[in-house]
Design a protein around this ligand. Structure first.
Ligand SMILES: [Zn+2]
Ligand SMILES: [Zn+2]
Length: 243
């Protein structure tokens, strides 16, 4: 028998479905009916995002369709999976995710990133997922870390555990977006450290998640910290790559 609370939930869902038929949810970007699974962004807006089909090398930006190792750059260069470039659609999506608290957007974004990661001829295997941390004061103001929301959804879609507190931000940095390319590396240098869950690294392969990358300074710095722990390999996943 259905308990009262599940009955109420059932009726609530039914009511929501009926309301959706009368008033379809509007796309958060263009205002047209959003008849998609996420009910937040319409098909046309999702389709307008030019998806990148393979990871690229953080150093030389060349695509690496078949492996996570760049043939041109030696050593520990990082492969970056990115949904697309920072065009108008992804810019609005990220803005909503960051400032309007549209946390449900993390789900379709996580699904799309997982699709991209599994699309290659050989699906890479990761031992864990970690998010680029926010400074606690910024996270407190915003209420959540958008990179962590995305990492959680990616973890669900890929079936790879999300490990929290592997990294911490030890100093508040200036917002990267406001700085010139040459000052970004200095801005994040030494701003991150290994967190209390560092023992989880165990020589594992880490998928490091952030929302946007531009010069790659934050990814480079956080990956460097993970390598000073016992990470064997660091690969990155972001929603968008800005030039
Ligand atoms: Zn739309
Ligand atoms: Zn390269």
């Amino acid at each position: 028998m259905m308990g009262l609370s599940s009955k109420v939930n059932y009726l609530r869902r039914q009511a929501a479905d009926i309301l959706d038929i009368i008033y379809p949810p509007a796309c958060g970007l263009c205002g047209q009916p959003a008849e998609t699974e996420d009910r937040l962004i319409c098909r046309k807006c999702w389709d307008s995002v030019e998806m990148l089909e393979a990871p690229y090398c953080l150093e030389c930006r060349e695509f690496m369709p078949d492996s996570l190792t760049c043939p041109h750059c030696s050593g520990k260069t990082i492969a970056v999976f990115s949904l697309g470039y920072f065009d108008s659609t992804l810019r609005s999506i990220i803005h909503d995710l960051k400032f309007n608290g549209l946390k449900p957007l993390a789900r379709p974004l996580g699904d799309k990133l997982a699709e991209l990661i599994m699309a290659g001829s050989k699906t890479p295997s990761f031992d864990m997922i970690a998010a680029v941390p926010l400074h606690y004061s910024r996270q407190y103001l915003r209420g959540f870390n958008q990179a962590e929301e995305l990492a959680r959804e990616l973890s669900r879609a890929l079936g790879v555990p999300l490990v929290e507190d592997i990294l911490v931000m030890t100093r508040k940095t200036r917002q990267q977006a406001r700085l010139s390319a040459s000052r970004r590396a200095a801005n994040v240098k030494g701003a991150y450290a290994l967190g209390e869950n560092v023992s989880s690294l165990k020589n594992g392969s880490v998928l490091l998640v952030d929302d946007v990358t531009t010069t790659g300074a934050t990814i480079r710095e956080t990956a460097r910290v993970l390598y000073t722990g016992s990470a064997r390999k660091v690969t990155a996943a972001v929603i968008a790559t800005a030039s």
